[in-house]
Design a protein around this ligand. Structure first.
Ligand SMILES: *Cc1c(COP(=O)(O)O)cnc(C)c1O
Length: 455
């Protein structure tokens, strides 16, 4: 058979609905709780922060949700994205496994995050919002949202985790190019930021702190809303366009994935590629396995506790039922900034608890080694976050070789690493290390949360 390197869809084959896995979960999630009353929150409690249409999607039990024309038109600047077969990598690993990757690095900002940035900006615009605040870790989310808010004519204020702000000046300039205002977090412009700086003036920041700052600013102004790039149900749903396209692309081959792998920060790129295939497992009896890959230094899925915890550092969000390391957890300054988040989305947490998905943790050095190998075989240089998925793919491909079984492995190529060259440079100079964390440290971080309801 002729080799096909890239399996492509035409524009009019792009799916026009998102998949909402809430309709199919065997066990529903526990409800988010109001931090004061500890009672389930009402949709209206979220209205100071989010437009109504996104709140409706957050709690919707409808299986399929229409993608608005205006959103589809912007998606089509880069979607459908290609599905690649990684022949060179297979050959180098001398594996009987077939390796496919869905290339989300082709979006304008270079990662999957644009898939939710566009609808979020659109629904805000439709409801008359003038300004959005947000946080960004490595800068990918801030870039994606800058592109989208600029497209729809909304102002954007980005709180960028200080360690990334310093490591990645070009991400900031990219956001500025799309008209966003970017500050390093913790900053002096919010009470949350000032509080952290008072205790630790040299704080390298964390996603949790940056989220607190962005929420605080949005809550204080009627014309300003807040936007989150991962974790929440509606964000995960917007990403399902990835997996829905991939299913159509596999229909053009003789293959179907036995294993689906993605890196895991808050769960959005993992959900995006895996939820439509989980639907196939549930509705058609397929037996695909799903593996979420996190850093050893931020191991909420593999070593965290399933509990009610805040999504941010200060405690401004509702209490969410999730696997967490505790909302005050500040992970080591690894280069996969997008994976330095203390918690996990509620849906993904429930699916992990129900053993519908699996999780694994990999070390920083193994990730860079995998990323370099991938770049030398396939050309594209992966983001450090994406390297986590690739490291797991290589493990599975080697296992397939030992076991002598032909498996089809699919992974989400969540983003390129062209703004992460400094971290590759440090890797080549031997300046990067692994970070492990003791059970004691994890227990200490988790037990610090007195206000959290454990169960
Ligand atoms: C943000 C990011 C991630 C992790 O976030 P999720 O919400 O878990 O997907 C992974 N890869 C890239 C390239 C990212 O930008």
């Amino acid at each position: 058979m002729k080799k096909t390197m890239r399996i492509l869809l035409s524009e009019n084959e792009m799916p026009m609905k998102w998949y909402n896995i809430q309709a199919d979960m065997p066990n529903k999630m526990l409800p988010p709780l109001h931090p004061g009353t500890k009672q389930p929150i009402e949709p209206d409690d979220l209205s100071p922060l989010f437009p109504m249409e996104l709140i409706k999607q957050e709690v919707s039990q409808e299986r399929w949700i229409d993608i608005p024309e205006e959103v589809a038109d912007v998606y089509k600047l880069f979607r459908p994205s290609p599905l690649h077969r990684a022949y060179q990598l297979e050959k180098l690993l001398d594996t009987p496994a077939k390796i496919y990757y869905k290339n989300e690095s082709v979006s304008p900002s270079g990662s999957h995050k644009t898939n939710t940035a566009i609808p979020q900006a659109f629904y805000n615009k439709k409801e008359g919002v003038k300004r959005i605040t947000t946080e960004t870790g490595a800068g990918q989310w801030g870039s994606a949202l800058s592109f989208a808010t600029n497209h729809f004519g909304i102002d954007l204020k980005v709180f960028m985790v200080r360690v990334s702000f310093n490591q990645k000046p070009y991400r900031k300039i990219m956001m500025n190019t799309w008209n966003a205002d970017v500050v390093a977090s913790p900053s002096n412009s919010t009470e949350s930021g000032r509080g952290v700086l008072a205790v630790d003036p040299d704080s390298s920041g964390s996603l949790g702190i940056a989220i607190s700052e962005a929420i605080e600013m949005a809550a204080q102004d009627d014309n300003t809303k807040y936007s989150l790039g991962s974790v929440l149900n509606h964000v995960l749903m917007h990403q399902t366009i990835i997996g829905l396209e991939t299913i159509k692309q596999f229909e053009k081959t003789d293959d179907y994935p036995d294993i689906v792998i993605a890196s895991f920060g808050g769960g959005s790129n993992f959900a995006g590629i895996s939820f439509p295939f989980i639907h196939k497992n549930i509705s058609e009896g397929k037996k695909t396995r799903f593996i979420a890959v996190e850093p050893v230094s931020c191991p909420k899925l593999t070593r965290g506790k399933f509990m009610y915890d805040f999504g941010d550092n200060v405690g401004l969000t509702p209490l969410l039922p999730m696997f967490s390391l505790g909302h005050n957890f500040v992970p080591a300054s690894i280069h996969a900034g997008g994976l330095r988040y203390h918690g996990a989305g509620a849906i993904v947490s429930q699916l992990l608890k129900d053993k519908i998905i699996e999780a694994n943790a990999v070390e920083q050095l193994e990730c860079f080694e995998a990323g370099v190998l991938f770049a030398r075989c396939e050309g594209i240089i992966p983001a450090p976050e994406t390297c986590h998925a690739i490291a797991q793919v290589i493990r599975e491909a080697k296992k397939a070789k030992v076991e002598g079984v032909e498996k089809t492995i699919l992974f989400n190529f969540s983003g390129h690493g062209y703004f992460d060259m400094a971290s590759y440079g440090q890797y080549f100079n031997g300046e990067l290390s692994n970070y492990s964390i003791s059970d004691d440290e994890i227990m200490k971080s988790i037990s610090k949360q007195e206000e959290v309801v454990l169960f």
